[in-house]
Design a protein around this ligand. Structure first.
Ligand code: NAP
Length: 244
């Protein structure tokens, strides 16, 4: 039987890496992306080769840059006709007062977190429509729903992802393509490493579950959504330990 194909952006570490391993363990053919940490992504590929023997191709590029995304998809379409699953995971955070933010920082956050979803969806959709089949899963944040102080640009970018998800789900439902987002709470990855031990303890006390989530838990939800009935579409699914 032909293997299903998945692209995971931002797969060199954290949530993206965990998603890659989950789908590799279950026989998918993977296309894995990151921008700057190519050596780390090679390590992920080597691990997958050794542990799971699933086909795994690296497509490097800045997902916030439309030319890079076009080149990534040229490589993907040389290898396969269509993706079964697209996971838009790559993202960056930024903590600081909005009044201090430079134009370039704002643009970089919007390009990486929101425009990237547009560029990747635009490239992935046409063959999905031809086959009347496909799953798009966007990794969003609870801050896109509620807003976080000192993370206004990040919150706005993820609110944009949520809006894009809901609108695109309506546009693609007649073609049997499902679009959903996962609104993650605080997940234990490098993205939160800048917090001090005291800040971490305080944050954990605010989370009803009493702890950070794990990348593996998000990967499990992504797997479940990718294999859910086709009637599940246009949803922003919170996975936040009860925080919101
Ligand atoms: P992470 O550990 O910092 O990993 C981010 C990944 O994205 C890396 O592979 C990084 O690789 C890649 N990336 C960043 N900019 C990129 C670009 N321009 N082009 C291609 N790849 C890029 O972060 P994470 O916690 O796993 O976050 C993954 C996703 O979950 C993000 O969208 C984030 O907003 C979301 N999320 C995380 C949390 C959390 O608490 N951790 C909460 C809510 C939502 P390179 O640096 O090499 O490019």
């Amino acid at each position: 039987m032909e293997r299903k194909k998945i692209l995971v952006t931002g797969a060199s570490r954290g949530i993206g890496r965990a998603i890659a391993l989950k789908f590799a363990a279950n026989g998918y053919h993977l296309f894995l992306n990151c921008h700057t940490s190519a050596t780390q992504l090679q390590e992920v590929k080597r691990f997958i080769d050794e542990e799971y023997h699933s086909p795994c191709e690296i497509v490097l590029g800045d997902v916030g840059n439309p030319e890079d995304v076009a080149f990534m998809f040229e490589q993907i379409y040389r290898s396969c006709e269509c993706l079964d699953v697209l996971v838009n995971n790559a993202g960056i955070s930024h903590i600081g007062l909005l009044m201090d933010m430079e134009n370039d920082t704002w643009r970089r956050i919007m390009d990486t977190n929101l425009s990237s979803v547009f560029y990747c969806c635009r490239a992935a959709i046409p063959p999905m429509i031809s086959r009347k089949q496909g799953k798009i899963i966007n990794i969003s944040s609870m801050w896109g729903t509620s807003g976080a102080s000192c993370e206004a640009a990040y919150s706005a970018s993820k609110a944009g992802v949520n809006g894009l998800t809901k609108a695109l789900a309506k546009e693609l439902a007649p073609s049997n393509i499902q679009v959903n987002a996962i609104a993650c709470g605080v997940i234990d990855t490098q993205m939160n490493q800048q917090l001090s031990e005291m800040e971490r303890i305080e944050l954990e006390e605010e989370i009803p579950a009493g702890r950070y989530g794990t990348a593996g838990e998000i990967a499990q939800v992504v797997w479940d959504v990718a294999h859910a009935p086709g009637y599940l579409t246009g949803q922003v699914i919170g996975v936040d330990g009860g925080y919101l």
